[in-house]
Design a binder for this molecule. Structure first.
Ligand code: ZN
Length: 212
């Protein structure tokens, strides 16, 4: 996953990512891991979503899959018979690199490309852990994934979430003494950039409940 520094980002991509960040804000407002996304086709948002894993008590309810379900169940967006790659003209903007599960779903549906905020060093499926987006496959076309859009905001909102009490965790831990760090280190040049040093990730028990 290639890092695109802010000075090389187009304002239009930044605007779409701002819409995804608004969904991440909605997620944190609802005590969900703050990850949000928008899907754009023909220069308009056709779906937007955020994590609902806590609300639905279902670890697969990531923002991307929520939006995909909405797109696939909409007759205008996805007329039947469904084509082999119903997302082939659709671009995803998501505040955190898609996890392996979502990265695979996106590839199976033929997503055109992915713009991400920050990397996901625990579960990332576009290069941080596995490069599901471009692994050789006999049929499914690869897709391009880049990151760096609203990266600082994407990291800081995750930190905000993880320093507050996680009421949904099986054994809530007091995090009252934690302090929000607002400096974000620059990405490392490694292809598995992720955000190991930058992102204050959940304790192991919390990670079983929330991930993205
Ligand atoms: Zn996911």
């Amino acid at each position: 996953m290639e890092y695109i520094p802010p000075e090389d980002q187009s304002p239009q991509h930044q605007r779409w990512m701002a819409q995804a960040m608004a969904m991440a804000q909605e997620a944190i407002d609802n005590n969900e891991v703050p990850v949000g996304c928008v899907f754009v086709r023909d220069d308009r948002i056709i779906a937007k979503a955020r994590n609902r894993t806590n609300e639905l008590r279902n670890a697969t309810r990531h923002a991307e899959l929520e939006a995909i379900d909405a797109i696939l169940s909409d007759q205008e967006l996805t007329p039947t018979p469904i084509s082999q790659y119903p997302l082939s003209t659709t671009i995803l903007y998501v505040t955190v690199e898609p996890c392996i599960m979502c990265a695979s779903a996106l590839r199976q549906l033929g997503i055109k490309e992915v713009y991400a905020g920050c990397g996901n060093d625990r579960f990332g499926g576009c290069g941080s852990v596995l490069n599901v987006n471009e692994l050789p496959h006999p049929v499914r076309p690869p897709y391009k994934a880049v990151y760096g859009y609203s990266r600082d905001e994407a990291i800081i909102i995750l930190r905000k979430f993880y320093i507050t009490e996680n009421k949904a965790a099986p054994v809530p831990k007091s995090k009252a003494k934690r302090v929000l760090k607002t400096e974000v280190a620059a990405p490392t040049p490694s292809p598995r950039e992720g955000t190991p040093a930058n992102l204050s990730l959940p304790t192991p028990d919390a990670s079983k409940v929330h991930e993205s």
